[in-house]
Design a binder for this molecule. Structure first.
Ligand SMILES: C=C(O[C@@H]1C=C(C(=O)O)C=C[C@H]1O)C(=O)O
Length: 267
């Protein structure tokens, strides 16, 4: 019989569950999602510093048929693939075809999880829906920095959404008797009901809105002891847009990943 360690590795969930640290539990997996909110909010703030910068997305701008942001993401992923980034099941490349093989570096990644990927949906959502909401119209010529900021946003969103695989694994292990019949019946709707926690979702939406509000303000130090003061300037990324991002796209996609993962869980 496979040991817990073996089955953890086979599911891509490290023994520590995080899947990098801590105990295997829904609470620790949720802690990781909460930490990832900070990365997402900060990456959106960085991107919102620049105007939309349309040439970055224009397929005729470079003369090669590829947009600057595509070139930037592809070439970055090639480098990251060499260093072994995609050996880690938390990381899913946007352009998985033709990636170079990883260098033979010693590493201790868990084995791959079931190959669930919603990379195309994330890409389309980011460029078609989100970007126009977090940027102002205009062009300041900062194309390379804009593409780099897009990459950071895409990676943070992708990691969070594909983390649904780990959330699903923990939920399955906590209650295999509840999930197994729905998995065997290939009943995606029943799985969706089982894994949905509306009260958690409400909390997530409120928390990310608050984070955008707090992280998006400049902090000033006045001569008033230790009291932290925020300046009254504009908030760097609209908190209601961040809440909307989670409500409309991040949480539904994370749940879709969970359903797809669970449907394969007993194969
Ligand atoms: C991720 C979870 O599963 C679902 C998705 C959520 C999310 O994406 O934040 C929150 C609650 C659940 O409805 C979870 O239970 O924590």
């Amino acid at each position: 019989m496979a040991s817990t360690k073996d089955s953890n590795r086979a599911s891509g969930l490290s023994e520590t569950g995080d899947p990098s640290k801590g105990m295997i539990s829904l609470a620790s997996v949720r802690d990781s999602l909460i930490r990832q909110e900070d990365t997402i909010v900060f990456s959106l703030i960085e991107r919102a510093r620049f105007p939309y910068n349309a040439p970055v997305y224009d397929h005729s701008f470079l003369g090669s048929g590829q947009s600057l942001v595509e070139l930037f993401v592809r070439e970055s992923e090639a480098l990251h693939a060499k260093a072994g980034r995609y050996q880690n099941p938390e990381e899913v490349p946007f352009f998985p075809d033709d990636l170079p093989l990883p260098l033979p570096l010693p590493c201790d990644n868990p084995q791959a999880t079931a190959p669930v990927s919603v990379i195309e949906a994330i890409w389309n959502m980011y460029f078609n829906d989100l970007l126009p909401l977090i940027t102002v119209k205009g062009d300041d010529g900062n194309y390379a920095l804009t593409a780099a900021a897009d990459l950071a946003c895409l990676q943070a969103l992708s990691r969070r959404i594909h983390y649904g695989k780990f959330v699903a694994e923990v939920k399955f292990r906590d209650a295999p008797q509840d999930y197994s019949p729905a998995i065997r019946n290939k009943d995606g709707d029943a799985l969706m009901k089982l894994l949905t926690f509306k009260s958690v979702e409400e909390m997530v939406k409120r928390r990310v809105e608050k984070k955008a509000m707090v992280f998006g303000q400049d902090v000033t130090l006045q001569d008033k002891g230790d009291k932290v003061e925020f300046t009254d300037g504009e908030i760097k990324v609209d908190p209601s847009v961040v809440s909307h991002l989670y409500d409309e796209w991040v949480m539904p996609m994370t749940k879709h990943v969970q359903v797809e993962y669970l449907l394969r869980r007993l194969d």
